[in-house]
Write a protein that binds this ligand. Sequence first.
Ligand SMILES: N[C@@H](CC=O)C(=O)O
Length: 331
Amino acid sequence: MGERRGQMAEQHGADPHSVAEASSERRPVKAPTGTWATVLLPIDENDDLRWEHVEEQLDHLIGAGVDGVYTGGSAAEFWTQSEAEVDRLTGFVAARCAAAGVPFQIGCAHPSPQIALDRLRRARELGPAAVQVILPDWFTVTDREAIVFLRRLADEAAPIPLVLYNPPHSKRVLTPAEHQGLCGEIPEIIGLKVGGGDDAWYEAMRPVMERVSVFVPGHHLASGHRRGAAGAYSNIACLNPRAAVAWWDSIRDGLPAAMSVEARLNAFLGEFIQPLQGEYCNAALDKLLATIGGWSPIGTRLRWPYSGVPAEHADALRAIARERLPDFTCA
Ligand SMILES: N[C@@H](CC=O)C(=O)O
């Protein structure tokens, strides 16, 4: 496995320099950009979905002017959703977004490739801008298996393109060369949703970014966009969708203030949110951000067996955020 992993770029002739030169005009016209917002799962004490709060949340996201809305990310606890819930949620999001003219993507992620394929077949019928998929997540897939998997998904989704979601906690985290190889093999991939990295990572990702939209975490959007990232599936939109949109406008307009907003966001996250990472998963922290932002009654609960941050802790952090991030908190 060690030998087969990491060879995708060489195997498939993806020399970084030749791809960079050849691909500059290949980024698809409809490739996503900007600030995209997840639909979070508001749940009650029995772990049942509060549909009225989903509706309210979606109205708020659409009203905030986000560049797009998506379902089925980690923050949406995709692995906990029953197939009936997936269908009701995605049908609802598709109908509302289509009526409002807001692009939407549907997350078909699931650790089981069979369930993911089934979700993708149903998602296709809803006409999303793209479907988001992860690599199978129990046994690590080889390069060949990743291609076999994505080839089938691309064929079944056609003409809907794919976004590959490869966060740092994936079973297999792809290197820039591996992303390049996969995107070369599966041209239906129009976007990547990844954890980002340092200057060397952005440099290595350059040929990939010329070819597809690379989305990085929301709190790195200003510095990421400077180095070629196209947007974010944004945790900052969890905190406050309207403020995240305004921030993206300033990033896109190249305003120097955008970088100081990023510094303020990261100072707050570094001091108060990231230290919680040992105890809570990222989905819990995204729900915490939404509760701090206070723009919709989503709540901090996560579905069994994961822990959400206690509501009192969110209240305490909201008071701090009002001082440190007044532009990202509601009165
Ligand atoms: N990783 C997140 C991004 C939003 O916070 C997701 O679940 O999509």
